[in-house]
Ligand binder design. Structure first.
Ligand code: HEC
Ligand code: HEC
Ligand code: HEC
Ligand code: HEC
Length: 152
């Protein structure tokens, strides 16, 4: 027995290192894993509260057409019926909350339309696309197309 203890230093030392490592792991884990994690598996219930605290930036088109009835009707009758207002106009929740306080700038047509319609072989063939330089000959897209109902 005494002989065993005398000769077992090379076993005890790594065992101590291993236990110290495990202890350190548990301490760090306790410090960094957020509260509630594991309660519903791999999900942290507190995330819902955190997400709800983000400010809302998009009003949604249902809100826009309450006041901009005319633009809503024109768009609904044309090919942009399924392109939401804020896709082109940007997030406007602040304007929708208080229209007089935040008057939105109109989109820059020169960069707006080509974002979706510039010809690109990677796009589905059925999607309407143009080589803008040839197609428009340098004119602005909205000289010929109405943004809310673009078909001529
Ligand atoms: C509560 C009513 C209301 C809501 C909701 C609202 N607007 Fe407006 N909007 C206004 C008013 C009022 C003006 C200012 C009109 C003016 O004086 O020319 C305006 C102006 C604008 C303008 C500038 C018009 C221009 O000629 O410069 C744009 C663009 C616009 N709104 C888009 C939107 C979009 C997109 C939404 C939805 C996210 C929206 N609005 C929601 C009432 C509203
Ligand atoms: C495909 C992009 C696009 C979509 C979708 C779109 N708009 Fe516009 N909108 C524009 C552009 C571009 C202008 C500026 C027109 C110009 O300068 O001639 C504009 C102008 C406006 C104006 C100023 C008045 C006018 O008619 O010029 C208002 C108000 C407006 N949009 C509201 C809306 C609302 C509300 C919706 C959703 C129902 C909407 N827009 C959807 C691109 C868009
Ligand atoms: C967010 C993407 C997006 C933006 C930005 C956008 N469009 Fe479109 N556009 C569409 C979609 C989607 C359609 C419908 C395609 C379909 O019917 O398959 C469409 C349809 C069209 C059509 C009708 C093509 C046809 O089949 O006859 C024209 C013309 C057009 N857009 C011009 C414009 C112009 C001009 C602008 C800038 C004022 C613009 N678009 C901005 C997505 C966009
Ligand atoms: C000089 C007038 C003019 C200008 C400027 C113009 N277009 Fe057109 N566009 C047309 C005509 C004409 C057609 C064919 C008629 C139609 O399909 O509505 C057309 C068709 C389209 C189509 C449908 C193509 C298809 O395959 O069905 C798209 C998308 C389009 N234009 C986007 C744009 C964009 C984006 C700009 C700006 C870079 C622009 N247009 C500028 C006149 C113009």
């Amino acid at each position: 027995m005494q002989k065993f203890l005398r000769d077992s230093g090379h076993l005890i030392r790594p065992a101590i290192v291993l236990l110290a490592g495990l202890g350190l792991f548990l301490v760090i884990r306790g410090a960094v894993v957020p509260k509630g994690f594991g309660q519903y598996g791999h999900y942290r219930p507190g995330a819902l509260v955190a997400i709800r605290q983000h400010p809302v930036s998009y009003a949604g088109q249902g809100t826009c057409v309450l006041c901009h009835d005319e633009e809503g009707k024109v768009r609904a009758s044309g090919k942009h019926a399924h392109v939401a207002c804020e896709t082109c106009h940007g997030p406007l929740a602040k304007h929708a909350d208080d229209p007089a306080a935040v008057i939105p700038k109109l989109p820059t047509v020169a960069t707006l339309c080509v974002r979706c319609h510039e010809k690109d072989t990677a796009k589905p063939k059925a999607f309407p696309q143009v080589a803008s330089a040839e197609h428009s000959g340098g004119m602005a897209c909205n000289d010929c197309h109405k943004p809310h109902d673009p078909h001529l």
